[in-house]
Write a protein that binds this ligand. Structure first.
Ligand SMILES: *Cc1c(COP(=O)(O)O)cnc(C)c1O
Length: 364
């Protein structure tokens, strides 16, 4: 039996949010990023909803790309971490999956592995993020090596990733863009630079292909963001029922470690969700949840299967009421900030035992 905790998913919101990415960057094609089970929303469910609207899908690893091909998806697919060995490379080529190439070992495999047909390559250049990619200045040499390789199809896409796009005003963005532009100025091939934040905040980073992830799911990609300001709609609303209500007196404690003590006569609500469902354990008292009657603060520690909230100011709340942890009525980035993390972390952590329900239509 599945838990009472439920992730209500609205596929129409995915389509709406993808439209926002298109309007923000009308000259770019969209490689929708659905890695990590589509940020916790379910790989195939999200792929099915977006397939008629996107130009391709990006995933982290080839396993995810194979799952999409097996499910019948024929769109361009990109494995952002490329291939780890010749075996993976052969299968990527056979199934027509583009691979990111970011280090010399992969180049050597491309040159030495017999392939059933050429594979599409995205050349990953490090313009300042310091994670994956060849130094941007090596773009010419690496591109020439790929062009001379019979296993590589057409002209590789030149790709880089921005470290600070969620704060568009930071100097690192201009520095990365300048470095990438200088290193690739005279080179052929399509370009891809923009994640969600750059799509909304850095028009100069718009390329032939953009790579929106988090915005598709309706969370703001900006560090100080507000999804509604960008017109984004939450795709996931995480809910659980109120399973108990009781009254405590001043001085009474709530939850493990007795970290919370009532300062007033307090009506405590108990909600059937906990850290084993993916609700973050390390949130402080005061993080909001949302009931039909209004918002209430979390009090005490998060348990494995339960949380406790202060219902004193919501006298109408009753056992059985749905409690929203994030989503419609309570933006996930607001909860993330209170939890000292980011929306990506909360969405990806939703556990497999949480029930999933699809909701039709757009949010009101
Ligand atoms: C995850 C990822 C993205 C998407 O990032 P968002 O911030 O979710 O839009 C884009 N490009 C690369 C290389 C990524 O790893």
């Amino acid at each position: 039996m599945k838990r009472a905790a439920t992730a209500r998913l609205r596929p129409a919101a995915l389509v709406h949010n993808l439209g926002i990415a298109r309007r923000a960057a009308p000259r770019s094609r969209v490689m929708a990023v659905i890695k990590a089970e589509a940020y916790g929303h379910g790989l195939l469910r999200v792929a099915d909803a977006l397939a008629p609207h996107t130009d391709g899908f990006a995933v982290s690893c080839l396993e995810e790309a194979f799952a999409l091909r097996n499910a019948g998806h024929a769109l361009p697919l990109l494995a952002l971490q490329g291939f780890r060995d010749g075996h993976e490379l052969v299968h990527a080529a056979r199934q027509g999956i583009a691979v990111a190439v970011h280090d010399p070992v992969q180049l050597r495999l491309l040159e030495t592995t017999p392939l059933p047909r050429p594979v599409r390559v995205w050349l990953k250049l490090d313009s300042g993020m310091g994670r994956l990619g060849f130094p941007a200045e090596d773009a010419f040499v690496r591109l020439r090596a790929l062009q001379n390789c019979a296993n590589v199809a057409t002209s590789p896409v030149l790709m880089t990733h921005l470290a600070c796009a969620d704060e568009p005003g930071r100097a690192e963005n201009a520095a990365q863009l300048a470095r990438f532009e200088a290193a690739t100025r005279d080179l052929p091939g399509e370009r891809s630079l923009a994640n969600s934040a750059a799509i909304l905040g850095l028009p100069r980073a718009h390329g032939d292909w953009n790579r929106p992830g988090i915005l598709l799911y309706g969370a703001s990609p900006m560090a100080d963001g507000d999804a509604r300001r960008h017109g984004l709609q939450p795709v996931m609303t995480l809910q659980a029922p109120l399973v108990a209500v009781h009254d405590l007196a001043p001085g009474d404690a709530v939850g493990y470690g007795a970290t919370f003590r009532c300062r007033r006569p307090t009506r405590v609500g108990v909600v059937a969700i906990g850290y084993a469902d993916g609700y973050p354990r390390h949130v402080p008292s005061g993080v909001p949840v949302c009931l039909p009657q209004g918002r209430a603060p979390l009090i005490g520690r998060v348990s494995m299967d339960l949380i406790t909230i202060d219902l004193t100011d919501l006298p109408g709340a009753a056992v059985g009421d749905p409690v929203t942890l994030w989503g419609e009525g309570l933006p996930v980035e607001e909860v993330a900030r209170a939890a000292e993390t980011i929306s990506y972390d909360l969405l990806c952590a939703v556990a497999g035992r949480v029930r999933v329900e699809e909701v039709a239509g757009n949010a009101h």
